[in-house]
Design a protein around this ligand. Structure first.
Ligand SMILES: [Zn+2]
Length: 677
């Protein structure tokens, strides 16, 4: 190697790993991996940076919890592949590559089921023979593969069949192989199909195998509404196992708590400190009341540094009740416009197109922040949302409110090239100009309104004694996402948006047109990742419902065929607006009255199945352009600057690729040292 080349390589290693890093999948279409930066972190005060650092470590300490919640063998499979990969020197390159490729999918999906589709996926290249060879190779190099790794992984709940006392590598591979390679074996992670026993046929690790709907129904109602629990099957009866220290996930919660405690003295406000304390109490006791307390402190604290840590969203539970672990850290970027929207929340609530008794009488302006995220683990990363609105407790939302967070650096991390390709391929020529000019501003306000005035809006019927979420059950998440989207689509016409500076009066009709066509076509474009004709993920079901409802009932929206391709078309924008209002009114009544039957009916009718001719056409065009199905992230690294034993400052770096980052997170599972290595 020449000196010059060595020098060039050394320079490359030092290049920030920001922007497009790699593509995965047979044609590079499954995942686009983007390295994320968090501009502005350096300008925070040392105290804020130190707070971020401890919260960052707490987020990483919980990353594997979500993998375990996803499937009872999810973490073991990931660990097996990591151990093989780490001991793969000298292994045949094609075998090593096959292991590495599958491992990346395990990291990005947190296990062997697709994160959004909730179905099992198979390795692209890895075969059972390759796995055996690779495992044997790693074993000879001293990898810890055989026997029970579950304990080392902090998993302390019994399996349906106890493992043999000294399980050999061969036995272990036999046990795990059907999970990795057999598409028919436990095929669905989350099954919400009407008429099916959704508990018996969903293999997410929130319910022990063998728990049926009939068995589950025997439990006390309080357990059925519980957020932080796994249900074990003992002597034929479901038995709750709480997520708490001393209970299930003990070591994880202990490690997380260690860092939350370190964060306490650096809290930016009393509200934030009280939230941290409540969260610590919650992890210690498993008492959900403490998490509710944390949630109230969290939504009220309007600090620069913010974080999530807990069992939060409920999409992986077929019943929509048990929470999935996620952790993140963020800091406020520019929030001027979103704050103005939040200040107008009462104004928008009064104009909601649903019966007066389901409107909130008084809306205190929700906290709304535009942030840059530093790290996201578990349910929220590497596959990140662009925004969230929490907490999910309906009564807290009604009585206290909610907080909205928009992740600016995630939202903006797009490939301009892919955007332009998609506009040309998927949008009818007569919509391209408006869409190209206003898609970003339309998308931004769609997200703002979805979060700030969408999720926070409306109220349950005063006669209702139970949370509508519990009453509606499996359709609730989809219903709620759909409702929030409709609020955005409905209000984009409102003069208030011009008044607060979202766009000019002249631009407004074009922004609305861009938002509507982008919504319809964007929904169809997501068909590119469907393998069958069923939409499963909550946001996508919500989108599907709106598209079908407007198209099938002739609300000014159509899907047309031109030159052999299918396109969304708006024939009458005003009529579409009416359709949006009508559907929004209907969904709000369903939600406010906790009408489970109504929710199921409307989603079965409009929000589940897609037209396979349209789907095939979209898939073929997306494949031709190699449009990735999912965008996922590698996050920046925080590096503590020490003086003696004390952190005095924190640096931010962007040096890792996906593999380095994920291996580090696994390595740091129960690590409480600073620096960690
Ligand atoms: Zn939402």
């Amino acid at each position: 190697m020449s000196l010059l080349l060595l020098f060039a390589l050394a320079l490359m290693a030092d290049q920030p790993k920001v922007g497009e890093l790699e593509r995965l999948g047979k044609t590079g279409q499954d995942f686009l991996v983007i390295g994320l930066d968090a501009p502005g972190f350096d300008q925070l005060s040392p105290k804020q940076k130190i707070l971020s650092y401890y919260l960052y470590r707490a987020a990483i300490a919980g990353n594997d919890l979500f993998t375990d919640q996803n499937h009872r063998y999810g973490l073991e499979i990931k660990d097996l592949m990591e151990q093989i990969y780490l001991n793969s020197e000298g292994l045949d390159p094609p075998v090593r590559e096959a292991v590495h490729d599958y491992l990346k999918y395990l990291w990005l999906n947190h296990g062997h089921y697709h994160h959004n589709k909730h179905q099992k996926y198979l390795p692209n290249r890895l075969t059972p023979e390759m796995l055996r060879r690779a495992a044997e190779h790693a074993r000879q190099r001293g990898a810890r593969l055989k026997g029970d790794r579950r304990k080392a992984l902090g998993l302390n709940y019994p399996l349906e069949k106890p493992l043999p006392a000294n399980e050999t590598l061969d036995q272990k591979l036999k046990r795990l192989e059907p999970h990795i390679f057999d598409p028919q074996f436990e095929p669905l992670q989350v099954n919400q199909k009407k008429g099916d026993d959704i508990l018996a046929t969903s293999f997410v690790n929130l319910y022990h195998p063998g728990i049926t709907q009939a068995l589950f129904d025997r439990l006390e109602p309080a357990w059925k509404a519980r957020l932080n629990v796994r249900f074990h099957l003992r002597d034929g009866q479901p038995e709750p196992q709480l997520y708490r220290m001393g209970g299930i996930y003990d070591r994880y919660l202990e490690t997380i708590s260690h860092f939350l405690k370190q964060a306490l003295p650096y809290a930016e406000s009393n509200e934030q400190r009280a939230g941290l304390q409540a969260l610590l109490d919650y992890y210690r006791t498993g008492d959900e009341k403490k998490f509710r307390e944390y949630s109230v402190h969290w939504l009220k604290s309007d600090t620069v540094i913010d974080y999530l840590n807990g069992f939060v969203e409920q999409y992986k539970d077929p019943r929509g009740v048990i929470g999935q672990f996620e952790g993140n850290v963020s800091f406020v970027s520019d929030s001027t416009l979103i704050e103005r929207l939040a200040d107008s929340a009462s104004y928008f609530e009064k104009k909601m197109p649903w019966p007066e008794q389901y409107r909130k009488e008084k809306v205190s302006p929700p906290v709304a922040n535009v942030v840059n995220v530093v790290v996201e683990t578990g349910d929220s990363g590497p596959n990140s949302p662009v925004a969230y609105n929490l907490p999910n407790y309906e009564d807290i939302r009604r009585d206290v409110g909610s907080k909205n967070i928009i992740l600016l650096n995630v939202e903006e991390a797009q490939s301009e090239k892919i955007r332009e390709q998609m506009i040309r391929e998927f949008y009818l020529p007569e919509f391209q100009e408006d869409y190209r000019a206003f898609d970003k501003v339309a998308r931004k306000w769609e997200v703002y309104m979805h979060e700030v005035i969408g999720h926070g809006s409306g109220r349950p019927d005063p006669k209702l004694t139970q949370d509508p979420r519990t009453l509606i059950g499996l359709a609730f998440s989809s219903l709620e996402e759909c409702r929030a989207d409709l609020v955005a689509l409905y209000h984009v016409w409102d003069p208030k948006l011009v008044e607060i500076g979202a766009f000019t009066r002249e631009e407004q009709p074009r922004v609305a047109r861009a938002m509507y066509i982008g919504y319809l076509q964007g929904t169809m474009n997501r068909y590119r990742s469907l393998e069958d004709d069923i939409v499963r993920e909550a946001h996508r079901r919500g989108r599907q419902l709106i598209l079908s409802y407007l198209v099938e009932n002739n609300y000014g929206a159509r899907v047309v065929q031109r030159n052999g391709n299918y396109y969304a078309e708006i024939s009458d924008l005003e009529r579409m607006h009416q359709g949006v209002a009508e559907l929004l009114g209907k969904l709000q009544v369903v939600k406010s009255t906790g009408d489970a039957e109504g929710a199921t009916q409307i989603f079965d009718r409009y929000g589940t199945r897609v037209n396979t001719t349209w789907r095939d056409n979209i898939k073929e065009r997306a494949a031709r352009l190699r449009i990735p199905d999912e965008t996922v992230f590698v996050f920046p690294q925080l590096v503590p600057v020490l003086k003696g034993n004390e952190i005095v400052d924190v640096r931010i770096e962007t040096k890792e690729d996906l593999t380095a980052q994920q291996l580090r997170w696994s390595r740091w599972r129960f690590n409480t040292r600073i620096p960690a290595e």
